[in-house]
Design a protein around this ligand. Structure first.
Ligand code: FES
Ligand code: FES
Length: 164
């Protein structure tokens, strides 16, 4: 069946069958390989994308459910070669080791900070509870979210260039 949707601000049309997962559509058909497959069953968050303003595990969503949807993947965050402040914060705090989990964590962080611009540590833990990292031990990721909040506030106050 043919579906149409917007991904990272670009309108796309694709043919999918009834069992194609959104994750496969994103990675295989659209070649947006920043979205990762870890567990394939909704437990690790590596496949996280934002769909219609909600965080979803793309391994659990069928592609046809994306018909008419607005989707953001990790590739949609940076502005050409300029990293999003959340991406900068993850690098600066050392919250990235192997990097496999990072796209999912960054999108979960974006959604969290869109809703709670200055979250407490507890709110950060809850906001990122759908994502698993095997490398970092999580403290640096929590630090990255706090630094992201600071950076985004600076951008909004006009102390740095505008961001999404
Ligand atoms: S691959 Fe989707 S949640 Fe793990
Ligand atoms: S940095 Fe390796 S799994 Fe998170």
């Amino acid at each position: 069946m043919k579906i149409s949707f917007t991904i990272n601000g670009i309108k796309r049309e694709c043919n999918v069958n009834s069992t194609t997962r959104l994750l496969d559509l994103i990675r295989d058909d659209l070649n947006l390989t920043g979205t990762k497959e870890g567990c394939g069953k909704g437990e690790c968050g590596a496949c996280t994308v934002i769909m219609n303003d909600k965080i979803v595990a793309s391994c659990l969503v069928l592609a046809y459910e994306a018909d008419g949807a607005e989707i953001v993947t990790i590739e949609g965050l940076s502005d050409k070669n300029i990293l999003h402040p959340i991406q900068e914060a993850y690098i600066e705090t050392g919250a990235v080791q192997c990097g496999f989990c990072t796209p999912g964590f960054i999108l979960a962080t974006k959604k969290l900070l869109d809703e709670i611009p200055n979250p407490t540590e507890e709110e950060i833990k809850i906001g990122l509870s759908g994502n698993i990292c095997r490398c970092t031990g999580y403290q640096k990721i929590i630090d990255a979210v706090k630094l992201s909040a600071t950076k985004i506030a600076e951008y909004k106050r006009g102390e740095k260039v505008d961001t999404k």
